[in-house]
Design a protein around this ligand. Structure first.
Ligand SMILES: NC(=O)c1ccc[n+]([C@@H]2O[C@H](COP(=O)([O-])OP(=O)(O)OC[C@H]3O[C@@H](n4cnc5c(N)ncnc54)[C@H](O)[C@@H]3O)[C@@H](O)[C@H]2O)c1
Ligand SMILES: O=C(O)CC[C@@H](O)C(=O)O
Length: 317
């Protein structure tokens, strides 16, 4: 009987490089039949008898893991943010959860920077306005000399800081583990979170979704931001209270925002979509050809290692 790998992560299933590694092992690949992340119920229905699960942003709950045990040997996250996976239940069943550290950092950092520039120069708004028949020029701001605040200075935050140096920005950051390399290489100044939020002209979020970060951008913290500031979130939607952000954007508490991730995805019927000073993308930070290949190769390698009895390289602790 061939080993079975359920590939819920749609990006992985489109990567012939990653699939080839699994196919070379003779594994049977079962693909996510939906054009979106899989729900708990859908995963529960398909997980029985599966040896490995490659997950994107699918709902890998405790019930899914319980339904997969004892056959399920590994859950390989196609990416780095594993807040959608019940790691503690996986641990109880002795199932390693692996990630692909750094594999999509450049892709996400480039989108974050693209969003930052799109916000401050109103690029999507001007494009829309020309298509609607006008030739209105929006006067924006330069980013050189401005303060970029980064919350979560890890792999992606570091890549964002590297790019900000090229734009001659002043970089301040908050992280629970300051990294001296970022101070040395990119001149990052670490500050307490309230100071980063208050001093930033652009506030870019790159921390994981954890009990310590959920809702860090809320009514109270938004009111401490500069009125001219822009918020960029390519981390996880639940870091931002969306109702409070709506209020801040519609009442001039901050100047604008760009969001790639949302509390509930896909984003549907959100009042945020009625605002002109917000730009949205569909959780596309990691969606580049290069990033998807790197991420898929790491995930496939982890699956092969574990299914052949070896320890994974990048298990979540
Ligand atoms: N939009 C996308 O498609 C996309 C793609 C990849 C990652 N992400 C998100 O970006 C996050 C960061 O990814 P990464 O590769 O840089 O991860 P990373 O682990 O390299 O960096 C995360 C950083 O956040 C810091 N951190 C943890 N808790 C914190 C807290 N309470 N306050 C401040 N800092 C804290 C960590 O110390 C670390 O330095 C992921 O967890 C994921 O949620 C989104
Ligand atoms: O490829 C994906 O599904 C996105 C994953 C991304 O959010 C991550 O956490 O790395």
């Amino acid at each position: 009987m061939p080993k079975k790998v359920l590939i819920a992560a749609r990006s992985f299933s489109r990567s012939k490089e990653a699939k080839a590694i699994l196919e070379a092992q003779g594994y049977e690949l079962i693909l996510n039949p939906y054009d979106r992340p899989m729900t708990e119920a859908e995963l529960v229905e398909m997980i029985a008898g599966v040896d490995a699960l490659v997950a994107g942003n699918d709902d890998v709950t405790g019930a899914v893991i319980a339904a997969g045990a004892p056959d399920l040997k590994i859950i390989a996250k196609h990416g780095v943010g594993y807040n959608n996976i019940d790691v503690s239940t996986a641990k109880q069943y002795g199932i390693p959860v692996t990630v692909a550290p750094g594999a999509n950092s450049q892709s996400v950092a480039e989108l974050a920077f693209g969003l930052l520039l799109a916000c401050v120069r109103s690029i999507p708004q001007m494009d829309c306005s020309i298509r609607a028949g006008s030739w209105d020029r929006v006067t924006g701001y330069e980013v050189g000399g401005k303060v970029l605040g980064i919350v979560g200075m890890g792999n992606i935050g570091g890549e964002v800081a590297k790019r900000a140096c090229g734009f001659n920005m002043k970089i301040i950051a908050y992280d629970i583990y300051p990294n001296p390399e970022f101070i040395k290489n990119y001149g990052v100044t670490y500050l307490p979170l309230p100071e980063v939020i208050a001093q930033a002209d652009f506030l870019s979020l790159h921390a994981p979704s954890t009990p310590g970060t959920i809702g860090i951008i809320n009514r109270t913290t938004l009111r401490t931001m500069k009125k001219t500031a822009f918020l960029i979130n390519t981390a996880r939607g639940d870091l931002v209270n969306e109702e409070d952000l709506y209020e801040a954007l519609s009442s001039g508490i901050i100047a604008g925002a760009a969001l790639d991730t949302f509390a509930k995805e896909p984003l549907e019927n959100s009042p945020l979509l009625t605002l002109k000073n917000i730009i949205v993308t569909p959780h596309a930070g990691a969606a580049t050809h290069e990033g998807v290949i790197r991420t898929g190769l790491i995930g496939a390698g982890e699956v092969v290692r574990v299914l052949s009895g070896q320890a994974p390289h990048y298990a979540v602790k």
